[in-house]
Design a protein around this ligand. Structure first.
Ligand code: KG4
Ligand code: ZN
Length: 358
């Protein structure tokens, strides 16, 4: 029997509700997306050049009920047909997380259905299985506005972090650079668009941590270097901005690729991964908002091909925040009986590795 799950996502500046279906006979996916409603708050935050937590939480409150109604209507099901309700319980902006979490709990309570509190990062980590069949284990580059990590996804709910960012996430670097260049928020898509008109070798920006053999990231130096270059050449012309954008995108791409190559080496040498599993090929997955960037995807795919890793990425609308990924991660948990108590608390910080015992 299939599992039909409602997902709710409110951890940052997207209010989202979606209904997906998981077929337990195909536990590695794909699932079926019955509806996927996303309301972006970009317009209300844009004047501030970033997300304002208090405004985000209030906006989630006013939108979430209608969005859930919409998701149920689009899925063409009754609420009673749901097998479970999943909501993001963290990590994220805690005011927003509480809105979705409370809404999910109340729905579950009133419908007498299981509730699953989902780790937002697990949502990103598993989305690729919603889109196409993909068995564990795989190496994951999770790269978004709040996170930049290389993780070995060894089995469902079993994660080993190889490296994380020491300061800013890659998406944050795009957002801060875009603010500096007056390109608006969110920065990633704006920089990707304008970079097409620029020259990636125009400015020699640093590649922090290059050559240390590790899997950590550091992006704050890049932002500072960009500021210095921009200040040096006032007034900045349109072509300067395009060149800066292209150079920045290239520097971030190079960092992501180099660190991923180090992680591929470690992953392929891990005997707990290679000895125990019947795998036809080592797998590399990129997820999170920055995975919507075509330049970055192309470079990562080339690196994978060179290392004999297969390359997997979800479509762009499932890379940025959405509730289908929360519903899917919830359904994967529901399938193995991992449901959550109704007194589960919202968690502003919640590293993936802490899920290993849950
Ligand atoms: O996963 P996501 O929607 O939210 C978080 O969980 O953080 O990621 C949002 C981030 C933002 O920093 C945004 O600038 C970045 O993803 N992003 C991109 C692109 N689209 C979104 N970065 C680079 N290129 C893009 N096309
Ligand atoms: Zn996210």
């Amino acid at each position: 029997m299939t599992l039909t799950v409602l997902g709710i996502e409110t951890s940052c500046d997207e209010t989202a509700a979606a209904v997906i279906r998981l077929d337990p006979e195909n536990p590695d996916g794909p699932g079926e997306i019955l509806s996927n409603c996303v309301h972006s708050q970009i317009e209300v935050h844009a004047p501030y050049g970033g997300v304002v937590p208090e405004i985000a939480a209030r906006s989630h409150v006013s939108i979430i009920d209608g969005l859930i109604e919409q998701a149920i209507a689009d899925a063409d099901i009754e609420l009673t047909a749901l097998d479970g309700i999943a909501a993001t319980a963290g990590p994220g902006l805690v005011g927003g997380v509480m809105v979705g979490l409370m809404t999910g709990k109340m729905l579950a309570l009133s419908l007498d259905k299981p509730f699953i509190g989902v780790n937002h990062l697990e949502g990103h980590a598993l989305t690729v299985r919603l889109c196409a069949p993909l068995a564990f284990p795989y190496l994951l580059l999770l790269v978004s506005g709040g996170h930049c990590q290389l993780i070995a996804v060894k089995a469902h709910g079993v994660y080993e972090t190889y490296g994380s960012t020491l300061d800013d996430a890659a998406g944050e670097a795009f957002d801060k650079a875009a603010k500096l260049m007056g390109l608006g928020y969110p920065g990633g898509p704006a920089i990707e668009a304008i970079a097409q008109k620029g020259e990636a070798t125009a400015f020699d920006l640093p590649r922090p941590l290059r050559g240390d053999g590790g899997c950590d990231f550091s992006f704050s130096g890049l932002k500072t270097a960009l500021r210095v270059r921009a200040t040096d050449m006032q007034p900045v012309s349109d072509i300067d901005v395009a060149n800066l954008a292209a150079s920045l995108q290239q520097a971030i791409t190079d960092c992501l690729v180099e660190r991923s190559l180090n992680a591929m080496q470690r992953f392929s040498e891990d005997e707990t991964i290679t000895a125990k599993n019947d795998y036809s090929m080592l797998k590399f997955v990129v997820a999170g908002g920055v995975a919507a960037n075509t330049h970055i995807k192309t470079a990562l795919e080339q690196a994978c091909t060179a290392q004999d890793f297969s390359f997997h990425v979800a479509p762009p609308q499932l890379c940025t925040d959405n509730a289908a990924m929360i519903a899917w991660a919830g359904a994967e948990r529901l399938r193995v009986g991992k449901i959550s108590p109704l007194d589960m608390a919202a968690r502003p910080r919640w590293p993936l590795m802490e899920l290993n015992s849950l």
